[in-house]
Write a protein that binds this ligand. Structure first.
Ligand SMILES: [Mn+2]
Length: 448
């Protein structure tokens, strides 16, 4: 319709009026004009459009490059460009020069809009949660429902170090977490977790920073962590006792987190996601010459059992696939420590649901501590870790299992063995750890 009208106008007596205002071009705005305003829609650009029409180099249908109408006709862009390149450039430039001064800056002394943070700037806490010195006795009266704390320690590893940088990397991976209901949270669209936003609650969720841990003596470092965790447990939440999520660090740190949680909550049903059993008797792994060598990231669960922190026969390993060190002894000793296990490949036969059903029946309504060694994931999903084992779970499988544990009384958790120096440029491993904490936050907030 428009096309035929313009043709009539363009040919013959009405030509003079076309030059002034062809088909009301002056009053029409293209899509770009709507977005950019006068930056594009200038008197020069309108004159230029009129000129193109008047000279019959553009028909009304071709004019849709300006007017966004009926885009079925191909334009002779190259022809137009060669003929009007200079004029187009001049028009655009003139328009720009006229428009650029229209930006209105605040007063030079106005800083009222400089108080926010963005996704890639600012002092980094986990997901932007507030922080204060949780270890300062004078602040113990401040509420903490859920504390997130770093344990930068990697002098208990047997293979690749670097996990001392884990807390920093996990926080960095969490910069984009700023709230919002995630329909994928939970094990189905009908899961109560799928309607939960753990980042916008009336709870007090605090990033307590890192416990200072010396790199020169593991005994001192682990004692520092124990006292740091105790100090956090000296707080209380608005709705009950404080729950702590610890970011490792190598897996040795879990012993201190378990000790502090045990003192608060009693014996713990431990869900231990890992490719290794970590209940090795120090006489099998690492020990034997000095006592100092005995406690490491493969023996800490042996000590947790020995110290009585674990609820015997209510603990599970999930994702196991590393070989035993002592074929005759390790499996038996693992049972003595109170564990049953799922191998990484069990998921192929019973699926995530089969695993979750068993987990729920084993832990019941006991206080649950979830310890996630990121090496439970396949190295393709978590290359940045200390002792990688092939054939592990995908990140999605792990998250599906974690998110299916809604209703469990999760009182403490950790994510360990994230070693950023061995991670990819894309931070795959620390992002996976970030997601694990995100899931655990969902479970805790739902339980509170
Ligand atoms: Mn481990």
């Amino acid at each position: 319709m428009l096309r035929s009208i313009v043709f009539i106008i363009c040919s013959g007596a009405a030509l003079a009026s076309v030059i002034q205002d062809p088909i009301g071009l002056a009053s029409k705005k293209s899509f770009i004009d709507e977005i950019y305003g006068e930056l594009v829609d200038t008197q020069d650009s309108r004159t230029h459009k009129a000129h193109l029409l008047q000279s019959n180099l553009v028909t009304a249908s071709q004019n849709n490059v300006f007017e966004n109408i009926e885009p079925e006709t191909h334009l002779l862009f190259s022809q137009l460009e060669s003929q009007y390149q200079e004029s187009l450039r001049r028009s655009a430039h003139n328009g720009y020069l006229r428009s650029r001064s229209k930006v209105k800056f605040p007063d030079d002394d106005d800083t009222s809009d400089l108080d926010g943070i963005n996704m890639f700037g600012g002092i980094v806490t986990y997901a932007g949660f507030p922080t204060f010195n949780c270890f300062d006795k004078s602040q113990f009266d401040k509420n903490i429902d859920i504390a997130i704390v770093g344990a930068p320690f990697d002098t208990g590893v047997s293979y690749r170090p670097g996990a001392r940088f884990g807390p920093d990397a996990i926080r960095s991976g969490a910069r984009r977490l700023k709230g919002g209901v995630n329909p994928a949270r939970g094990n189905s669209r009908n899961s109560p977790l799928a309607k939960l936003d753990p980042y916008r609650t009336d709870l007090s969720i605090i990033d307590c920073g890192d416990v200072p841990m010396t790199p020169f003596d593991n005994r001192i470092a682990l004692n520092q962590l124990y006292r740091g965790e105790r100090a956090i447990h000296a707080h209380s939440g608005k709705k009950g006792a404080t729950r702590v999520i610890t970011m490792g660090g190598d897996h040795t740190i879990t012993l201190m987190a378990l000790r502090a949680a045990y003192e608060k909550y009693g014996k713990l049903a431990v869900l231990h996601f890992d490719s290794h059993i970590d209940t090795w008797n120090p006489k099998v792994l690492g020990g034997g010459i000095t006592d100092y060598m005995s406690l490491n990231h493969g023996t800490f669960l042996h000590y947790a059992a020995e110290q009585g922190y674990l609820a015997k026969d209510h603990c599970l390993h999930l994702g196991i696939r590393a070989p035993y060190v002592d074929n005759k002894y390790d499996e038996k000793h693992d049972r003595e420590c109170g564990f049953d296990l799922f191998t990484a490949r069990d998921i192929d036969s019973i699926g995530t649901k089969g695993i979750v059903d068993k987990v729920k029946s084993v832990v019941g309504n006991m206080p649950v501590y979830i310890s996630v060694d990121i090496d439970v994931l396949d190295p393709s999903h978590a290359p940045g870790t200390g002792t990688m084992e092939v054939g592990g779970w995908t990140t999605r499988e792990l998250l599906t299992i974690l998110d299916s544990l809604d209703g469990l009384h999760v009182v403490g958790a950790d994510v360990v063995e994230v070693s950023p120096p061995f991670d990819s440029n894309s931070e795959i491993t620390s992002l996976a750890a970030t997601a694990v904490i995100d899931s655990i936050l969902g479970l805790m907030v739902y339980d509170i």
